[in-house]
Design a protein around this ligand. Sequence first.
Ligand SMILES: O=P(O)(O)OC[C@H]1O[C@H](O)[C@H](O)[C@@H](O)[C@@H]1O
Length: 314
Amino acid sequence: MDRSNKPSAIGVSGSLPQPSVSVKDTTIEASLPSGESVTVYLYGATVTSWKANGQEQLFLSEKAHLDGSKPIRGGIPLVFPVFGPPPQNHATSTLPQHGFARNSTWEFLGKSSSDSGPSDLAVKLDFGLTHNMLSEEFRKAWPYEFGLVYSVTLSKDGLATSLHVTNEGKQNFEFQVLMHTYLKVADISDIRVKNLESKTYVDKVRNATSHTEASNALPITEEVDRVYQDLNPEKPIVVSSASDGKPLFSITREALTDVVVWNPWIEKAKGMADFSPDDAYKNMICVEAGSVSAWQTLEAGDSWEGGQSIKSRL
Ligand SMILES: O=P(O)(O)OC[C@H]1O[C@H](O)[C@H](O)[C@@H](O)[C@@H]1O
């Protein structure tokens, strides 16, 4: 494993400029010659920064804990093997909210790049987590032998994250997964979320009641915490600007048929000690690709893969 502090050029493609990857004690940073960059903390394999077109695309709270003492508030925390508070009488019931992936330290497995030309140059960073790497508390709470490989791919076109889950033990296990992406926006009042129309959602703000989305361009005007279900993963969720109708982000998924839309709004934002500044709810929207409304069952020896691909300022 490359643990040098020096940025290393990778891939070989004649004299074409190559991506650079810098491996530090707690973070891995990669950038492309065209200026895009990504930063991933080993803690949670949490992406904390993605720059495209010279601009940061992800929201990171000013009071996010970056020292491994708490899941990171912002970027893309990874939720596994349970979404939200674990249900009672389930194999995950003694795990913390959103499971252990976002609060365990992952291993950097390596980097690879595609080098078919400067226009589609991409760099992929792989991170791993296994049962043996968990804290004793988490190993006891979820005693399954599993292997996770999380891949973060930066290209000129966008950012893709995908998770490969393997059951390395003898017992089946059930899991949920979610990529809890905090998108950075200039002004929440200008934001509309599209392609959710006619989809069923569970409204977590209103006693988990079930509704059908009526809006073809959903505005965010209050606390929103909704789990949209049974979406076609290939149809992008588009976050756009109301003032000029321009798309800001487009998110397609693979094998992830649920999408959570979350904004804590005024009171919840104030109530979260690691959310800062208080009015930063105006500058973020979480659009979270996942498989959370049911359980994925993974039989011994089997594996599963799912992911998202985000494009910005299209
Ligand atoms: O505060 P956290 O544990 O990071 O959770 C933050 C949020 O995650 C998801 O979006 C859930 O749907 C919300 O109910 C939850 O409040």
